[in-house]
Ligand binder design. Structure first.
Ligand code: 48N
Length: 292
């Protein structure tokens, strides 16, 4: 049996510096017993495994999660910047709540991987910088707004923090096809069944997947019609989306760009502060329902 190869990352030690910058940095170094570089790989091998072990390791966890989250306290539909901000705020405030995130794409994040089109920096207007500071995402302060050097830094940091919460489960590559409805005692329509179960819609603005919930509410006559998203006006749009994030039918809180389709709000283009703070407000709206 080849000697088990272990690795340690060698931290940058007192390496020779060039202009104050260490030349080279930590490197992988095979454990002793394999003298030469090619010797290090010649006898290399992973621990043995059976394919069925891999299948079972994945399937057991997935189906266990499906069973656990079949009834969740909060279901967030859409893992875009708004849905993920809602999940982060809720999971941090209420580790007792079971939170399921359902995302149609294989890759969560929605439109937040690029600032706008190909331009990768992400702009957030103050006071959304407070959310970035809470997340630990570095930014450049430009006065009335801040700039994260790459939108993927914001999205990946938010995503990693959300997924690290023990009370959150992401079901990506999973699409919500309809809304569960119930009638309350007065005959009014409720979404998601029990009083204390909430659905948070974050399906983005209209498009192949977007605005699914609110379009469905119109088709079931729970909403008279959609306001239709208006033209681009950052100042008007971002305030309206944050202030307008709310429970639009009992059991369903709508925020982010899906809300612009309900209220006929303007779009804001490539600025993301409203997505983050709409998520914070949606979390507060949800907790107000739970604490009612
Ligand atoms: O990023 P989006 O589309 O939506 P938001 O509201 O989280 O963020 C919007 C933001 O990215 C912008 O559009 C920026 C601010 N631009 C504004 C402008 O004016 O141009 O995320 C929605 C997510 C996506 O990942 C979809 O895949 C997902 O929702 N989704 C669904 N997931 C599950 N089931 C569905 N039926 C469904 N529909 C959409």
């Amino acid at each position: 049996m080849a000697p088990a190869v272990t690795y340690e990352v060698v931290e940058p030690t007192t390496l020779p510096h060039k202009g104050g910058i260490p030349v080279g940095n930590g490197k992988l170094r095979a454990s002793e017993g394999l003298e030469t570089a090619d010797g290090k790989w010649k006898d290399f091998s992973f621990q043995p495994i059976r394919e069925s072990q891999v299948a079972r390791a994945m399937a057991r966890r997935y189906f266990n999660d499906l069973d656990t989250y079949a009834e969740s306290d909060i279901v967030i539909v859409g893992a875009g910047s708004c849905g993920l901000s809602t999940a982060y705020t809720l999971a941090k405030a209420r580790p007792d709540l079971k939170i399921a995130i359902i995302e149609a794409s294989v890759s969560p994040g929605g439109g937040a991987w690029l600032g706008g089109q190909l331009f990768s920096a992400m702009v957030m207007r103050k006071p959304a910088d407070k959310f970035l500071t809470d997340l630990g995402v570095p930014f450049e302060d430009e006065g009335a707004y801040v700039v994260v050097k790459h939108a993927a830094l914001f999205t990946s940091t938010l995503l990693s923090k959300v997924l690290a919460f023990p009370n959150v489960k992401l079901f990506n590559a999973t699409s919500v096809e309809d809304l569960i409805t119930r009638r309350d005692e007065a005959g009014g329509l409720r979404i998601a069944g029990r009083r204390d179960q909430l659905d948070a819609a974050r399906r983005g603005h209209d498009g192949p997947f977007g605005a699914f919930s609110v379009k469905r509410l119109v088709s079931m006559q729970a909403l008279e019609k959609l306001g239709g998203m208006r033209g681009l006006d950052m100042n008007v749009a971002e305030d309206a989306i944050v202030k307008g994030t709310r429970e639009i039918v009992p059991g369903l809180i709508v925020g982010g760009m899906e809300l612009s389709e309900v209220d006929g709000a303007n779009r804001m283009g490539p600025t993301f502060g409203a997505m983050a703070l709409s998520g914070v407000k949606a979390a507060e709206e949800a907790l107000a329902v739970f604490d009612a």
